[in-house]
Design a protein around this ligand. Structure first.
Ligand code: ADP
Length: 557
């Protein structure tokens, strides 16, 4: 703005000064012209008076001066000329001033000389004897006047230009200074330029509008960041050039990056070819998804094209951790395969024995043994089916009614149920002496199942003369159930796997003892449902201890 005002000031001054000079030159020229004509007329009066008295001889006595005097005959011949040789001079009848003098008595004309810088002014008058007396003088032409004044004009122009530059710069600064120091926060407190008031009021209104809009956008952005920050799923928003616009915490953790990646190209972050392919697909078709393994976890990435009207403005990537789902699907598949296999084996054995009996291919004395085998396999089948039903009920979370359970009572009940089995196996089954009246808020049937399964294993995987001991104890926070045996123990490589469904360390021993491989899986599942945790301590040939801890406040109430 300062520059504009400055330039306008200089231009205006230059134009004004130039126009003034042209006007002065024109006035000066007109004045000179008038003066010249006056002088010619005065001179003519003198000459006429002398010529009338003395005729041509008067003219010949004239001294050479500023004026040129010519006498022309009626026929145009020059009779006298004060500055030229009349003998060589051409006929003057065609000269404008001469022609007019002959016709009207007086004639005037002006002609520019050959140099263009001068001009001749003529005044001719018809005399009483029929001749025409002409007087002329040479003066400066307009071009000559300009040329003559050139230095002065240049000096004036130069000085005016300097002045214009100085004054315009001062003027521009003076005009702009108050505008620059305008207080846009309190527009009513700006005393200068009344004309700016409507503009300032408009600016103030727009400023308020923008401030409230920014506040609203900020609030929305905060809400958005809070929502995406709380999401367990990773969220990445990309612009149409695939640069990262925003990322939530989960996504940053997934890619192990920080805030510095905002604004960078997403494909630098993950050079996974599949991801690029899926991004192209999402941009083209609107949606795409694919799975990605990271560490020992499995993730699903859903890509969606973002549109504003018809125009693509970016891509959203949502990252789901599907490890649990994948694991559950895998174990469901394995479980179904295991169930079919485990059910098939005893059934095939039953079928085989029954066929032999049916076709009387079994000796009379062996028949009883075959029937006992059928009975044992059928029994195994039954316990398998019972266990499977129990597991599926646990999977569904059924039967979780809670009550205050007296744990010593449950332990006594288990002792009673397993006394016979323990006696047969020659294992001493007992409840630790220190037990008190411990009450746990939980599900009685489930707790019975847990202790029963652990004691059953203690008997099954024990040695003759061995021992299984149930201990119950409690602290301020926890209730602890321990089932410890002096049996065969579990080697380190099996310890972590014994809780898997259908996992048996020694298949043939399990078969003999009626094990299904589901007992510990049921225990673990039940403990989990009741909010407890499980610990297994075991040493080969020395024995096994399973400790279960239930938090008092977490136990079901
Ligand atoms: P099962 O019905 O075969 O006993 P479990 O799930 O109860 O199935 O146990 C899984 C496996 O863990 C068993 O096959 C056995 O080899 C081992 N096991 C469980 N409890 C004990 C224990 N107290 N001592 C030694 N091994 C055990």
């Amino acid at each position: 703005m300062t520059n504009k005002i400055f330039r306008a000031g200089v231009q205006l001054s230059t134009i004004v000064v130039s126009l003034c000079m042209i006007f002065i030159l024109m006035s000066l020229y007109a004045y000179l012209n008038r003066e010249q004509e006056k002088r010619l007329a005065d001179e003519m009066k003198f000459l006429e008076a002398g010529f009338q008295l003395n005729g041509l001889s008067y003219l010949e006595t004239l001294e050479e001066g500023d004026f040129r005097v010519t006498l022309v005959h009626e026929n145009g011949a020059v009779l006298f000329d004060s500055k030229g040789d009349k003998a060589v001079m051409e006929n003057h009848l065609n000269r404008e001033e001469i022609k007019n003098a002959f016709l009207k008595g007086i004639g005037k004309s002006q002609r520019t000389s050959t140099t263009l810088l001068q001009k001749n002014t003529y005044l001719a008058k018809k005399q009483a004897d029929g001749t025409v007396l002409r007087v002329s003088t040479t003066t400066i032409s307009p071009g000559g006047l300009v040329l003559a004044m050139m230095t002065e004009m240049a000096a004036v122009l130069f000085i005016s230009l300097l002045l214009a530059v100085f004054l315009s710069s001062k003027l521009a600064k003076n005009i702009v200074k108050p505008i620059n120091s305008l207080n846009l926060d309190e527009t009513d407190k700006n005393g200068i330029y009344e004309e700016l008031s409507p503009l300032l009021r408009k600016i103030e209104k727009q400023k308020k509008d923008i401030e409230s809009q920014i506040e609203r956008i900020k609030q929305k952005n905060d809400e958005f960041l809070q929502v995406i920050g709380c999401m367990h799923e990773g969220l990445v928003l990309l612009d149409r050039e695939r640069r990262i616009l925003s990322m939530n915490k989960a996504a940053k953790q997934f890619f192990s990056i920080g805030e510095e990646w905002i604004g960078k190209d997403f494909l630098y972050l993950s050079r996974d070819f599949k991801l690029k392919e899926m991004m192209d697909k999402a941009e083209e078709k609107g949606k795409s998804k694919f799975f990605m393994d990271k560490g020992n976890r499995k993730y699903q990435l859903n890509l969606s094209r973002l549109l504003s009207g018809e125009e693509r403005i970016g891509t959203a990537i949502i990252i789901f951790d599907v490890s649990e789902r994948a694991l559950a699907e895998k174990s469901r598949r394995e479980f179904s395969a295991n169930v079919s296999h485990e059910l098939k084996t005893p059934l095939q054995s039953i079928m085989g024995s029954a066929e032999l009996l049916e076709h009387k291919l079994v000796k009379k004395e062996d028949e009883a043994e075959f029937m006992a085998k059928i009975r044992a396999e059928a029994g195994r089948l039954l316990s398998l089916i019972e266990d499977i039903i129990k597991l599926s009920q646990l999977d569904e979370g059924r039967g979780l009614e809670t009550e205050a359970v007296k744990l010593p009572e449950v332990a006594e009940e288990v002792l009673f149920l397993l006394r016979e089995k323990a006696e047969k196996a020659e294992v001493h089954l007992k409840l630790s002496e220190e037990e008190k009246d411990i009450i746990l808020s939980g599900n009685r049937a489930m707790l019975t199942d847990i202790i029963y399964n652990l004691c059953d294993n203690g008997i099954k995987y024990n040695k003759k003369g061995g021992e299984v001991c149930i201990s119950l104890s409690e602290t301020k926070e926890e209730v602890e159930i321990s089932v410890k045996d002096t049996g065969i123990g579990i080697s380190a490589e099996h310890r972590d796997r014994v809780f898997e469904r259908f996992y048996c360390v020694d298949k043939s021993r399990s078969k003999k003892t009626g094990g299904t491989g589901l007992g510990l899986a049921i225990v673990k599942h039940t403990v989990g449902l009741l909010g407890g945790r499980i610990e297994l301590i075991s040493e080969v040939d020395k024995g096994t201890e399973v400790i279960i801890r239930f938090p008092k406040e977490k136990s079901l109430s």
